[in-house]
Ligand binder design. Structure first.
Ligand code: PMP
Length: 392
């Protein structure tokens, strides 16, 4: 029976990691994998997480099951950061549950949307490939619109057109901040318009917030989510703590639903719980518990926010340095300075991507997506020179 299965293509990024690992050059540069790196090229555990984990080991008295919703104190502790301190539950209309990472949250959100009768998901192109893969696995059609213009700004005309052409049974997926893979985010004015468009059309927004705090700040990066939720009747927010708490492999995320009223919310969340039960039963606890311990402790919260500020500041410096290089060979690196988060796309041809890898030992996805955090004071000049060389 199992021999009926067809060979699946290897994940392109994992294949890239293998290639990078087998390259003997000492000065090779990895801009592929989507993790933050320090100026020394490391992805360390946050100090605040280490302290919280220590506390967890000392104080945790049971590892008995919690239930499909996971650690609700963790879920609730995040809400003021996402939805604002003034009214984090939107008068009882928002509730959440813990999920295995942002991916688990997206899986649940899209499955819930499908159960609710959503037929198609409108997604900007390019997007994080897993959005399409989850839709394909769940049998949901994806409708694509262009996310960005050639000038490196959000393609608002394409978005307006996609929303105007949407049907009542469509949902739309938007990146809350730090768009992956382009780094091109909506401005506050654009979010204002998007909120109005979605409210008028009445289609379900699913907002993927996987990088809060890595763009312009925790509050700043929540602008779009808050603006849309204030305008529409219902929405889903898929949250990841894997970047802003550096917890990647511990799989820490949450799903939040906003309903028209409290009674609706109970019914909606019961579907989230049932789907979680059928998928993974319960989310892993450890990382979420560490985040909760941080958020329950003022000093640890301050330490975490400080570490997050340092990450963001470093990425801003790398972006500024690339922007300063301006026109390099045949490409202009200046738009990268105004983009947000871990990623940006450089419009390389496939041959140029290959030349970057083979001639210069610089590894990144075939799409031209680079992880800006992979650049350091030690390698950035060499990177800029390599870009100039292959695009000349
Ligand atoms: N959404 C986007 C846009 C992402 O880039 C990622 C991670 N690469 C995720 C969601 C999910 O993150 P995780 O499952 O690792 O929490």
């Amino acid at each position: 029976m199992l021999s009926n299965l067809q060979q699946q293509p290897a994940d392109a990024l994992l294949a890239l990691i293998k290639l990078h690992n087998s390259d003997p050059r000492a000065d090779k540069i990895d801009l592929g994998v989507g993790v933050y790196r320090t100026g020394q090229g490391e992805t360390p555990v946050f100090g605040a997480i280490k302290a919280a984990e220590k506390k967890l080991v000392e104080t945790q008295d049971s590892k008995a099951y919690l239930g499909p919703e996971g650690d609700m104190a963790f879920v609730e502790a995040l809400m003021p950061y996402i939805f604002g301190k003034a009214n984090p539950t939107m008068d009882g209309r928002i509730e959440g549950m813990q999920t295995p990472g942002g991916t688990g949250s997206l899986r649940l959100a899209i499955a819930m949307a499908k159960r609710a009768g959503v037929k198609r998901l409108i997604v900007g192109k390019p997007s994080w490939p897993n959005h399409n893969q989850i839709c394909a696995d769940l049998g949901l059609e994806v409708l694509e619109f262009s996310h960005a213009t050639a000038e490196g700004t959000p393609d608002m005309n394409a978005l307006r057109g996609a929303v105007a052409a949407a049907e009542g049974s469509d949902a739309i997926l938007l990146h809350g901040c730090c768009h992956n893979p382009t780094g091109i985010d909506y401005s506050n004015d654009e979010w204002d318009e998007i909120a109005g468009l979605l409210a008028e059309k009445g289609i379900l927004p699913i907002i993927d917030l996987a990088y809060q705090g890595l763009g312009n700040g925790m509050e700043e990066d929540a602008y779009g989510v808050r603006r849309v939720l204030a305008a529409v009747a219902e929405a889903i927010v898929c949250y990841s703590c894997d970047k802003n708490f550096g917890l990647y492999r511990d799989r820490v995320g949450a799903l939040y639903c906003m309903a028209a009223d409290k009674a609706e919310l109970v019914k909606i969340m019961s579907n989230g719980h049932a789907l979680a039960r059928a998928n993974w039963s319960q989310p892993p606890d450890h990382g979420g518990a560490a985040v909760r311990l941080i958020l329950e402790d003022e000093a640890l919260t301050a330490q975490w926010l400080d570490e997050l500020d340092q990450m963001r500041e470093r990425m801003r410096q790398v972006r500024a340095k690339l922007a300063e290089a301006g026109k390099t060979g045949g490409v202009d690196l200046s738009p990268i300075g105004g983009q947000n988060g871990l990623f940006s796309i450089i419009p390389f041809t496939p041959e140029q991507v290959q030349a970057m890898r083979e001639k210069h030992g610089v590894y990144f996805a075939g799409s031209g997506r680079i992880n800006v955090a992979g650049l350091t004071t030690g390698n950035i000049d060499r990177f800029i020179a390599a870009v100039a060389d292959v695009t000349a």
